[in-house]
Design a protein around this ligand. Structure first.
Ligand SMILES: Cc1ncc(COP(=O)(O)O)c(C=O)c1O
Length: 470
């Protein structure tokens, strides 16, 4: 990608090389303009009237996002009903996760016989920290609240190469989990195997926050889909669910939810997609969304006219409990309209450049960076297979990650010009299951970083690494 894209679409005055697109990526000018324009309109006419004026454009946001992830083929359903606009990827993930597991639980409790004893949540080894804590607490609390069901969270082991974990789901092991051939470590001497029918949900992080590996999301989707065909459930009953955390891949990779075969997918606005902070979205396949009971509702998600009372006790909701169509049930009434409009334009911008082009450019820059960094004495690349995208994580021997980040931001004189670089650090807590317990550095490049910027970055890191050895 030539510099002209960057010149055309970035706000003037950026004075550092931005290598933190996995954290936050600078918004294109038109996104900033849309957010500012709408905020100004709100100041003039009030937020509600401004939303009425923008209603058509707001509806378009759903279409743009569904096109971005390949959900928008014409079909019986309106693709807009597969998207919920929320505030972050974590909000999207938790809305989907809690609704999915709670609906599964209710489904099981409604069955009088046989009372299944165990329900399992499978999570990838590089699962994002927020997802892990939510899953573990849910399993703990719901096993105590309800004596009939015991929830358990199991990690899907990653493959190993050169004696190190890759961070990628080991596909044969995952298959063994679905086929009833995965041994569970028990205290007793007899080996028991994971009962595939007990698996309620598979949670996969597509690209982890702390490395550039790309999990085989499509292959996993195919295996789950085969499993669901083999264990065909009766109509209206939930299949084995597949929830994909695509926070780092949306806006960076060319995604197609039909190929991925996920039931739910979450994403954020501010990272590779270059939308405003405080935005995110959730995709839920229409037929799944329609049978999910949202874990949190307001009167917009679940409109109700009458609350049934008994004296002063509010004992129920009158009429049939109905939720908004499809994924809209995961939204609340109040929202930041300006930001949502910005998010839609960010998706349009990505689509106009082309997701195939963006993915290719990000990968190419990631590889370039990994080659250059790998050649520096004292720089250790994290994960064996990094990188298959724009994210590269590493450590500098003898220098604390936060100190490296600080020095890069302070800058280095190259020729007669000061070059400052913005990277981020990933704390061990961001991926609690992968055994990485130290802070590591993350440089994440996007399609508009130039080879020259990356070369300057590597030259600067070499200076830091050399100094630490002296
Ligand atoms: C893989 C992954 N999932 C989820 C998140 C959370 O995103 P948000 O902060 O928008 O909730 C992140 C953020 O870094 C992430 O890297």
């Amino acid at each position: 990608m030539s510099m002209s894209i960057c010149d055309l679409d970035l706000v003037a005055g950026v004075c550092h090389v931005h290598l933190n697109h996995a954290g936050d990526s600078p918004m294109p000018k038109e996104v900033v303009r849309a957010v500012v324009d709408h905020t100004e309109l709100e100041a003039k006419v009030g937020g509600y009237r401004a939303a009425e004026i923008a209603a058509g454009r707001l509806e378009k946001v759903y279409l743009s996002l569904s096109r971005l992830i390949g959900a928008s083929d014409p079909g019986p359903q309106d693709p807009r009903d597969e998207i919920a606009l929320v505030e972050s990827s974590t909000v999207a993930w938790t809305r989907a996760f809690y609704s999915m597991v709670e609906t599964k639980e209710k489904e099981l409790l409604r069955m009088s016989f046989p009372p299944q004893k165990e329900l399992v949540i499978l999570v990838s080894e590089v699962e994002y920290g927020a997802n892990v804590v939510a899953a573990v607490r849910f399993a703990r609390d719901h096993s105590t609240i309800n004596a009939r069901i015991k929830w358990k969270v199991l990690r899907i082991p990653s493959s190993v190469a050169c004696g190190r974990k890759t961070g990628l789901v080991d596909l044969p092991t995952f298959k063994s989990m679905l086929d009833g051939e995965f041994p569970l470590v028990e205290e007793s001497s007899t080996t028991t195997y994971l009962d595939p029918k007990s698996i309620a949900i598979v949670c996969l992080t597509h690209i982890p926050t702390n490395s550039g590996v790309v999990n085989p999301a499509r292959e996993i989707g195919e295996m789950i889909s085969d499993y669901n065909k083999r264990h065909t459930t009766q109509a209206g009953k939930l299949p084995l669910l597949y929830l994909l955390d695509a926070c780092q891949s949306v806006g960076q990779m060319d995604l197609d939810v039909k190929e991925l075969r996920c039931h739910g997918l979450c994403a954020t606005g501010r990272k590779y997609l270059r939308g405003p902070r405080g935005t995110g979205f959730l995709f839920v396949r229409y037929e799944i969304a329609s049978v999910l009971e949202p874990s949190h509702i307001d009167h917009a998600a679940a409109p109700v006219k009458q609350v049934i009372t008994n004296e002063n006790s509010l004992v129920g909701l009158g009429g049939k409990q109905e939720y908004q169509r499809g994924a809209r049930r995961f939204e609340f009434w109040e929202s930041n309209v300006a930001n949502r409009l910005g998010l839609g334009l960010a998706a349009d911008r990505a689509l106009s450049i082309g997701m195939v082009t963006i993915e290719r450019q990000c990968k190419q820059r990631g590889r370039f960076l990994i080659e250059q960094l790998g050649a520096i004495d004292g720089v250790e690349i994290h994960h064996v297979h990094s990188s298959n995208c724009g994210i590269v994580t590493f450590a500098v021997a003898g220098v604390d990650a936060i100190e490296v980040k600080r020095r890069l931001m302070k800058g280095f004189l190259i020729g007669d010009k000061l070059h400052c670089f913005h990277v981020s650090t990933c704390p061990g807590t961001s991926t609690p299951l992968d055994g990485v317990d130290r802070d590591i550095l993350r440089a994440s490049c996007s399609y508009f970083n130039t080879d020259l910027e990356l070369t300057h970055f590597c030259d600067s890191l070499k200076l830091i690494a050399d100094e630490s050895r002296d």
